[in-house]
Design a binder for this molecule. Structure first.
Ligand SMILES: *Cc1c(COP(=O)(O)O)cnc(C)c1O
Length: 397
């Protein structure tokens, strides 16, 4: 007899769990994951309603609290990251917000990498600052710089590795040890690698953040996010979401859940192409430098290869000639999408200094190493020949 898909244990491989964990079948015993499009759930009688609300009887009440499709996605993603708990959110930013609101209070201090996603810089630097959470932005990945940033009231260290867009690699185990020594927690935005390539919790991190909008969906269809960590962290974040409301819709959860089935296969294929494209760009006379952790020329190549299964699917590179030359490459493409998103099966190209990182200001950009000639390419599933041909058209010879 088949076991229930919910009974899948850790003995099963990642790819098996990506396809089979978190399935909650309805009374019809459908084979594919069910999409429970409903805002609320009905009770048999008044007593059952009371029992559900007072937590005496487990079960769904209202989709701002729980929804079986969202629960299924949370279970599947938790299995992939090796996390005791996963809480899905409406977007990647609401995942970071929910984590911060659940774990921090006024007077707490955060050490955040200055090289994180531009909106994350604004969330910590402008929004959370209004509520008395103080953030220091730390330059670079050198653990001694992070050690210096620690204060008695430091509660959270926040990094992205590889970082967006300059692909700086952070030593997760080293920073986790610093956090631990100072009574703080380490949160890793695992957007660029996804659990298919990197498992921050296994390396000592306390929290993993995802923008599910990127590689987890992987086909550019929906927004979503997730916070992963201990059961305690999961409960704190769930408590915030139930009250504040940025929960994930059942429909988006269903789309992302199906995206997870092909995550590992997509990541492997897109990373393989990314390496070939990075090697090709590195040889090109119009290119100043290529920032890709899978290249031996990357300053943290050895660390990246210890932490990650591959270099990933994002290739950043600096062209000779600054902004004008960078824009020429973008405007000469015929195939690659000019868009801010990444992690799609369709290759995308972005000029970070005038788009995603435009609002953080010149000084912050300089600190993060985002120069005007920098371009970020998120490699998709088109052929390598067609992608490189599209990029080379606008490059100076
Ligand atoms: C896109 C992105 C986010 C924000 O996610 P949304 O789903 O757009 O809210 C956070 N971190 C990184 C690294 C990202 O690329």
């Amino acid at each position: 007899m088949n076991m229930s898909d919910n009974e899948l244990t850790d003995d099963y491989d990642l790819q098996t769990r990506a396809v089979r964990s978190g399935i909650h079948r309805s009374q019809f015993n459908e084979h594919s994951e069910a999409l429970y499009l409903t805002s609320s759930f009905v009770f048999d009688n008044a007593a059952q309603a009371a029992a559900r609300f007072s937590n005496v009887e487990p079960g769904n009440i209202y989709s701002r609290f729980t929804n079986p499709t969202v629960t299924g996605l949370q279970e599947r993603l938790a299995a992939l990251e090796g996390a005791p708990a996963c809480v899905a959110t409406a977007s990647g930013m609401s995942a970071i917000l929910a984590m911060a609101m659940s774990l921090l209070k006024s007077g707490d201090h955060v050490a955040c990498s200055s090289g994180v996603f531009g909106t994350t810089v604004q969330l910590f630097g402008n929004i959370l600052a209004k509520f008395g959470v103080v953030t220091t932005f730390v330059d670079g990945s050198d653990p001694s710089e992070w050690e210096k940033a620690m204060r008695p009231e430091t509660r959270l260290l926040f990094i992205e590795t590889p970082s967006n867009p300059v692909t700086e690699v952070f030593d997760i185990a080293a920073l986790a040890a610093i956090a631990k020594r100072h009574g703080a927690q380490l949160a890793v935005d695992n957007c660029f690698c996804s659990p298919a390539l990197q498992k921050p919790l296994a390396l000592g991190a306390d929290i993993v953040i995802h923008s599910a909008t990127k590689f987890l969906d992987g086909q550019g269809r929906v927004m979503g996010g997730a916070v992963l960590g201990t059961r305690e962290i999961g409960e704190a974040v769930t408590g915030f979401l139930r009250t504040a409301g940025p929960t994930l819709s059942a429909f988006n959860a269903w789309v992302i859940m199906k995206g997870l089935e092909t995550l590992s296969i997509r990541m492997d294929a897109q990373s393989k192409s990314a390496l070939e494209i990075a090697q090709c760009l590195e040889r090109h006379p119009g290119v100043e430098r290529v920032l890709y952790p899978g290249l031996e020329s990357h300053p943290q190549h050895a660390l990246a290869m210890r932490q990650q299964r591959s270099g990933g699917a994002i290739v950043s590179f600096e062209v000779k000639g600054g902004r004008e030359a960078a824009w020429r490459v973008i405007d000469s493409t015929r195939l690659i999408s000019i868009t801010a998103n990444l992690g799609d099966t369709k290759t995308t190209i972005t000029h970070p200094s005038t788009t995603t990182h435009g609002r953080i200001g010149e000084e912050a950009r300089a600190r993060a190493g985002i120069r005007d000639g920098l371009l970020r390419v998120a490699v998709g599933l088109e052929s390598v020949r067609d992608i490189t041909g599209d990029l080379e058209r606008g490059l100076c010879r």
